[in-house]
Design a protein around this ligand. Structure first.
Ligand SMILES: Nc1nc2c(ncn2[C@@H]2O[C@H](COP(=O)(O)OP(=O)(O)OP(=O)(O)O)[C@@H](O)[C@H]2O)c(=O)[nH]1
Ligand SMILES: [Mg+2]
Length: 335
C-alpha cells in the first residue's frame, strides 16, 4: 500500500478556431477583396503547484481535462477569440510523468511554479492571408490545428514524516485539522477515516508532513477493521504520534491494543520514535486528566502529552517534540 500519491490524467488543449472565408460587401464596390479573419488559438492545460494542497486525491475523481477551443475567424477581418487556459492545481512536489510512468517530464517543486501539459492548437488562417497579386479573391482558408492531447501520470513524492495512530475515534483527524490546513472528515463514529490524509504542519520556522491514518482495532494485523491496509502506511512514517482518547475508562488498555497490533504487523515498528498523547483533555477535569495521564505514562513507559483538538492544549509541545524526533531520524537515515 502507498499513500494516495499518484493519479493518471488525460489532458487536451483546445483546438484552434478555423480561419474564415469572407469578402467585403460594400455598396458600389462590386467585387470586394477578402476579409476573412483568422481562428483564435485553443486554450492550454496548465499545471500549477499550490501549497494549499497536499494530496492528489482530487484527481481520482476527475481525470479528464479539456481546455476550450478557439473561436472561428469571422468576416471583416475579425480574429476568433482565444480559448482560455485551464489550470490544474497540484501540491508542490508533484512530478509529471509520461503515459507509461517512466519518463519524468517535469517537477513542480515551488508553490506557484507552472508547466504547460497540453498546448492549445493554433488558429487557422482566414482568406485575407491568401491574397496575392495573382489571386485577389482567394477562397482558401485553413482549419484550426488540433490541441495537444495526452495521458500523464502525476506522482507526489511527499512522504509523511509523522503519522497519527490510535483507536478509531481517538481524535486523529481532529488533531490533523487543528495543526494543518488539511480538512479531513471528522465524525463521531469509528472508521470515519478510510484513506490516509496528509497535512503540512508549520512549527516555528520549520514544517513537516503529518499523516492522519485510519483507526486501528484489535486484530487489525489479521485484517480486522481496515486491517493491514492501514498498517502498511505507518512503515513510511519516521515518527508516530499515538493518540489515546482520554475519555476512555482504561487508557492503558487502549494504548496496549494499538501497540500490540503495530508489533504483530512488524516488531521493528516498536522501535520507531513514538509520542504518546492523552487526548480530548478538554472533556476531563484536571484531576481526572492527571490521573489518566499517569496511568498512560506507566503503560507507555514514557512521559505523555496532555492534548485536546478542541482547545489545542498541548499541540505546540507535541509538534515541537515531533519535529525534534523527525530531525534526529532524518539525520540517522542520512548518516
Ligand atoms: N471533546 C473532544 N472531542 C474530540 C476531540 N478530538 C476529537 N473529538 C471528537 O471525537 C470524534 C472523533 O473524532 P475524529 O477526529 O474523527 O477521530 P479519528 O481518530 O480520526 O477517528 P477515525 O477516523 O474513525 O479513526 C468526533 O466527534 C470529534 O469531534 C477533542 O480533543 N476533544
Ligand atoms: Mg479519522
Amino acid at each position: 500500500m502507498r499513500f494516495l500519491d499518484q493519479a493518471k490524467i488525460y489532458v487536451k488543449g483546445g483546438d484552434g478556431g478555423d480561419g474564415c472565408v469572407s469578402f467585403r460587401r460594400e455598396k458600389y464596390i462590386p467585387r470586394g477583396g477578402p476579409n476573412g479573419g483568422d481562428g483564435g488559438r485553443g486554450g492550454s492545460v496548465v499545471m500549477r503547484a499550490d501549497d494549499a494542497l497536499n494530496t492528489l486525491i482530487d484527481y481520482r475523481y476527475k481525470q479528464h481535462f479539456r481546455a476550450p477551443r478557439g473561436g472561428h475567424g469571422m468576416g471583416r477581418d475579425r480574429t476568433g477569440a482565444s480559448g482560455a487556459d485551464i489550470e490544474l492545481a497540484v501540491p508542490p512536489g508533484t512530478q509529471i510523468l509520461d503515459e507509461d510512468g517512466e519518463i519524468v517530464l517535469g517537477d513542480l517543486v515551488t508553490p506557484g511554479q507552472t508547466m504547460v501539459l497540453a498546448k492549445g492548437g493554433a488558429g487557422g488562417l482566414g482568406n485575407t492571408r491568401f491574397k496575392s497579386s495573382t489571386n485577389r479573391a482567394p477562397r482558401r482558408s485553413t482549419p484550426g490545428k488540433p490541441g495537444e492531447e495526452r495521458w500523464l501520470w502525476l506522482r507526489l513524492k511527499l512522504l509523511a514524516d509523522a503519522g497519527l495512530i490510535g483507536l478509531p475515534n481517538a481524535g486523529k483527524s481532529t488533531f490533523l485539522a487543528a495543526v494543518s490546513r488539511a480538512r479531513p472528515k471528522i465524525a463521531d463514529y469509528p472508521f470515519t477515516t478510510l484513506e490516509p490524509r496528509l497535512g503540512t504542519v508549520q512549527i516555528d520556522h520549520d514544517s513537516f508532513v503529518l499523516a492522519d491514518l485510519p483507526g486501528l482495532i484489535e486484530g487489525a494485523h489479521q485484517g480486522a477493521g481496515l486491517g493491514d491496509r492501514f498498517l502498511g502506511h505507518i512503515e513510511r512514517c519516521r515518527v508516530l504520534i499515538h493518540l489515546v482518547d482520554g475519555t476512555a475508562e482504561d487508557v492503558a488498555a487502549a494504548y496496549r491494543v494499538v501497540r500490540r497490533e503495530v508489533a504483530s504487523y512488524d516488531r521493528r515498528l516498536l522501535g520507531r520514535p513514538e509520542l504518546v498523547c492523552l487526548n480530548k483533555a478538554d472533556a476531563l477535569s484536571a484531576a481526572l486528566a492527571a490521573e489518566r495521564a499517569a496511568a498512560l505514562a506507566a503503560a507507555a513507559g514514557q512521559a505523555v502529552h496532555v492534548t485536546s483538538g478542541v482547545s489545542h492544549q498541548g499541540h505546540p509541545a507535541v509538534l515541537r517534540a515531533a519535529w525534534q524526533a523527525i530531525r534526529e531520524a532524518r539525520a540517522e537515515t542520512a548518516a
